[in-house]
Design a protein around this ligand. Structure first.
Ligand code: F6P
Length: 281
């Protein structure tokens, strides 16, 4: 097993520990994470478990996460791992879905999405599942007791899209995005759950588009390039779809800072192409 597989295996093995910790860790801490979100005790716990276990893998040179300011260096190696330990953790209070995202780069962070070697996520839903992308193929597994059982070894976006989910308050959407959304509302069914991983999972299963767009009040949107935009762009593109920051693939966005934000749009190619035309140059 190579180091990338070990990373996936370690995330799968850690998923039951993260899941088991959730009921007792619903309270907010006084600290905020580096991008100003309120942190739950569960965010910190998941981050500490992943840091310790991923850095122990031979070949993993560094670990970074949404929950910590800087990059933690390991013993050396070629791989640089970025995690969102608990994506959508504000869903914990309302007991809705959440995820863990992992991105494996072969450049030190902050890195371009073109330096991704693999990416994946765990979805804590009614069942725990894990989606992994590598070498142009996406696989979906069910995780039980930390063991993965593959249920689909070639996950691809369905050709006929069904669902959409767009984040941000509607009055805060730029006019061009609002006009695009009005068209999409006519064609697809709204599914928005407040955790990117849950919403992207719906797009992968049913076809469609997920976006957390640029907002009038936040021109780079909300989601983070290293921990969310790049890995999810990589997964959706590997599944035959497209990703965009509004003008180009997320994988082509220039990395400037570890915690930089980026507008995220992912889904069926035709829908993302149309979005880019709607947003113009
Ligand atoms: O990590 C940020 C996040 O929790 C994403 O998982 C999700 O898509 C988004 O925030 C939800 O934001 P909002 O509460 O504004 O809908």
């Amino acid at each position: 097993m190579d180091a990338i597989e070990r990373v996936f295996e370690t995330v799968a093995e850690t998923a039951p520990d993260i899941r088991a910790s959730l009921p007792g860790r619903r309270e907010y801490e006084t600290a905020e994470n580096p991008t100003g979100d309120q942190m739950l005790a569960a965010d910190r716990y998941a981050d500490e478990l992943l840091e310790e276990r991923l850095l122990a893998i031979e070949g993993v040179a560094s670990y970074a996460s949404e929950e910590r300011e800087g990059v933690v260096e390991g013993e050396g190696g070629d791989l640089h791992v970025a995690c969102d330990p608990l994506d959508g953790s504000s869903n914990l209070k309302s007991n809705n879905v959440m995820g863990t995202i992992v991105a494996v780069y072969d450049d030190p962070l902050p890195a371009s999405g073109r330096a991704l070697r693999a990416a994946g996520y765990v979805l804590y839903g009614p069942i725990t599942s894990m989606v992994t992308a590598r070498d142009g193929t996406v696989a979906e597994a069910v995780v039980e007791d930390g063991e993965r059982t593959v249920v689909d070894d070639d996950l691809t976006l369905p050709a006929d899209p069904v669902v959409y989910g767009f984040g941000g308050r509607v009055p805060d959407w730029p006019d061009e995005f609002a006009a695009y959304a009005a068209e999409i509302e006519d064609e697809l069914k709204l599914r928005y759950g407040g955790a990117m991983i849950g919403d992207v999972s719906q797009v992968l299963e049913y076809g469609g588009i997920f976006a957390y767009p640029a907002l009038d009040s936040a021109t780079n949107g909300k989601l983070r390039l290293q921990f969310e935009g790049n890995p999810i762009g990589y997964i959706v593109e590997s599944a035959g779809g497209r990703s965009s920051d509004g003008h180009q693939s997320l994988l082509d966005v220039t990395p400037e800072r570890l915690h930089q934000r980026v507008p995220v749009h992912v889904g069926n190619t035709e829908l993302v192409d149309r979005l880019e035309r709607a947003l113009g140059e």
